[in-house]
Design a binder for this molecule. Structure first.
Ligand code: SF4
Length: 159
């Protein structure tokens, strides 16, 4: 239960809009609550409900494509039967389909890549990196110095 004012309003608004526009929400209510809470957290953080499964920049113009419902929802529903976060699902969706991840449709942002030169890249063989979005993990076998990117974002150094 989330006691913040506005949470129930956001939840109601998304649910009602889905019904009105013919979209279906994930039937797993516990999972749905997690997504709603994350959307509400982002709304408080950025002033808009950016996608809970992607890293936002906090700049409305940059994040416009991932404000829920994102512009990738419909093509993902058509191709995979769910949106990237599995908030929206197709009629024939089963909860088992939500177990894995689907490919990130959002293009790698040029803005992020243009900043690569300012950041610390791979230094040593054996460093492990994880994608904060899809969970991919990689271990460096040859250090080239560049920054590793997955799902359009810089990967996180684990060790
Ligand atoms: S992937 Fe789903 S939850 Fe995330 S912004 Fe798009 S529609 Fe919303």
């Amino acid at each position: 239960m989330n006691s913040d004012a506005g949470y129930e309003e956001l939840k109601k608004s998304i649910s009602e809009k889905a019904v009105k526009t013919g979209y279906k929400l994930n039937p797993d209510t516990d999972f749905l609550d997690l997504i709603f809470k994350s959307l509400f957290t982002n709304q408080k953080r950025y002033g808009y409900p950016s996608c809970p499964c992607r890293l936002a920049e906090g700049d409305f113009k940059v994040d416009a494509d991932i404000i829920c419902p994102c512009i990738y929802r419909d093509p993902d529903l058509l191709e995979f039967g769910r949106c990237y976060c599995a908030l929206y699902v197709s009629d024939d969706y089963t909860t088992a389909m939500g177990a894995g991840s689907i490919p990130e449709r959002r293009p790698v942002k040029r803005a992020n890549l243009s900043k690569v030169g300012d950041r610390m890249g791979v230094k040593n063989v054996g460093e492990r990196y994880r994608c904060r979005i899809c969970g991919n993990e990689v271990t460096v076998t040859k250090a080239g110095g560049g920054v590793l990117v997955c799902c359009g974002e810089e990967m996180e150094l684990l060790e």
